[in-house]
Design a protein around this ligand. Structure first.
Ligand SMILES: NC(=O)C[C@H](N)C(=O)O
Length: 480
């Protein structure tokens, strides 16, 4: 195997055994970026200088959990003095004066930050095609999308352009691209990872999480980024867990629910077969699997596409040409400056969401849309609470299909439908992971979603790790 194919834990072992130096590792990943980046286009900014700084500091941080490990960061997480564009013209040249807490924790753990990855503008989208700059290509088939909105992070991991990456997930943005790119993506419990320094899209749903080559790496990255942060008022106080402890247990005796209403939805046959055959494997390994009943996921989807735009319309009001980023040069007075800045700076999908959100919050429509969506949100949360009284985990597919062809989907509503299995999780605030479970007839990766109760990351990691060993596909890499 090439150095760039190795996982975090494999690289750590090589460093510990004196078989590789962090400088060799950094060079191998930087060379890989040089070799494949013009075809994959995962990065908006390659931060060679930052990576060199991380490396130079290695001796001081060599006991850190990520000492000498190359990591990529989605371009909506603030990096001190380094461009953080959110893939938007609005923030094209924006350099934050501080690090997001998750980035600070990476630095403290000794990570070597390779760059900032491409995404759908302000994280709105499911294919990374809403980036204002360029498309990212799926390493398994360059004509296909990597998923979104953390498509650059998932593609960078799958292409060996970093050992692992951070993504953010509002309605599936970590899990869906992880599933399309054949890697592992975890959306933690809401409040588990600080959102300080994450550019806000929908604050009651946004959460940062790891995108990795395998489950063990996900546990290691969670050990680095999880934990209370006084700078984020929604961050959870409590003791920090060692997620790698869960790798020691298996699924025997675990109760897993299979929601009938989700499996009855119209979705790809290969995806369904692959997920159900993985469930069979877990059963053989000692899990108790039972059918459960949940509210139709289409209600969650409808509620999400009211709540997320409503919050976005408020969060994105700050981009007015005064406080941040772009200012239009074509304006005769201040109100024209506001209007033109927002007209020139935002792409179509962002404008669509601001309009939907503003409409749903406006007086006369608030009760009919926003309030109704909040009521649906409570029903969905209650649904999960009810099932988790009796079950450890729930399994669904991550996405209805494998990666779509680039340019094949221009209908926003159809694009929203790709989030059908992932949005209920953000609505309820529970954790969920996408784990590779097979390939379709075109050799594109398929992901399975493991959902846990609040703070159930450990159980998810435990079952995902068992599954990964049973399926034995986690060391299969995209050929580029
Ligand atoms: N941000 C996300 O989690 C992606 C979701 N597809 C959205 O467009 O809202």
């Amino acid at each position: 195997m090439n150095i760039y194919d190795l996982t975090i834990h494999e690289l750590k072992d090589k460093i510990a055994a004196g078989e590789m130096t962090p400088a060799e590792i950094k060079k191998a990943f930087a060379d890989r970026i040089n070799d494949v980046e013009d075809r994959v286009k995962s990065y908006i900014t390659v931060t060679d200088e930052l990576a060199e700084n991380g490396l130079a500091d290695y001796e001081n941080k060599k006991d850190g959990l990520l000492a000498g490990i190359p990591i990529a960061v989605k371009d909506n997480m603030s990096t001190d003095g380094i461009k953080t564009s959110c893939a938007s013209k609005m923030l094209k040249n924006y350099k934050p004066p501080y690090d997001a807490t998750a980035v600070k924790k990476l630095n403290e753990a000794g990570a070597v930050i390779m760059g900032k990855t491409n995404m759908d503008e302000f994280a709105m989208g499911s294919s990374t095609e809403n980036s204002a700059f360029f498309n990212t290509h799926n390493p398994w088939n360059l004509d296909r999308a990597p998923g979104g909105s953390s498509g650059g992070s998932a593609a960078a991991v799958a292409a060996g352009e970093c050992a692992a990456a951070l993504g953010s997930d509002t309605g599936g943005s970590i899990r869906q691209p992880a599933s399309y790119c054949g890697v592992v993506g975890l959306k933690p419990t809401y409040g588990m990872v600080s959102r300080y320094g994450l550019v806000a899209f929908a604050s009651s749903l946004d959460q940062i999480g790891p995108i990795t080559k395998d489950v063990e790496d996900s546990a290691i990255l969670m050990n680095v980024i999880a934990g209370h942060d006084p700078k984020d008022s929604t961050s959870i106080e409590g003791k920090k867990e060692d997620y790698t402890e869960y790798l020691k247990e298996d699924v025997s005796g675990m109760k897993i629910g299979i929601p009938e209403e989700y499996f009855n939805l119209d979705f790809d046959k290969d995806v369904k077969e692959s997920v159900l055959s993985a469930v069979e494997k877990l059963k053989e390994a000692g899990a108790e699997v039972e059918t459960v009943h949940m509210t139709d996921a289409s209600y969650a989807l409808a509620a999400y596409y009211v709540i997320a735009p409503a919050e976005a319309s408020s969060n994105l009001a700050r981009y007015d040409g005064v406080r941040y980023g772009l200012r239009s040069e074509h304006a005769a007075d201040i109100s024209e400056m506001f209007t033109n800045t927002r007209h020139e700076g935002f792409g179509d999908e962002v404008k669509r969401r601001i309009m939907i959100g503003t409409y749903a919050l406006s007086s006369g429509y608030y009760d009919a849309y926003y309030l109704k969506a909040q009521k649906v949100r409570t029903l969905i949360k209650d649904d999960f609470d009810r099932i988790f009284n009796d079950f450890d985990l729930i399994i669904t597919p991550t996405a209805p299909t494998t990666a779509i062809e680039l340019g094949s989907n221009s209908d926003p509503l159809e694009m929203y439908y790709t989030d059908i299995f992932t949005v209920p999780i953000n609505i309820a605030g529970v954790p969920a992971m996408s784990v590779p479970c097979g390939f379709d007839s075109k050799e594109m990766p398929i992901g399975l979603q493991l959902i846990g109760p609040h703070f159930g990351e450990g159980k998810i990691i435990q079952a995902a790790y068992t599954l990964e060993k049973l399926l034995d596909i986690s060391n299969k890499r995209a050929e580029l």
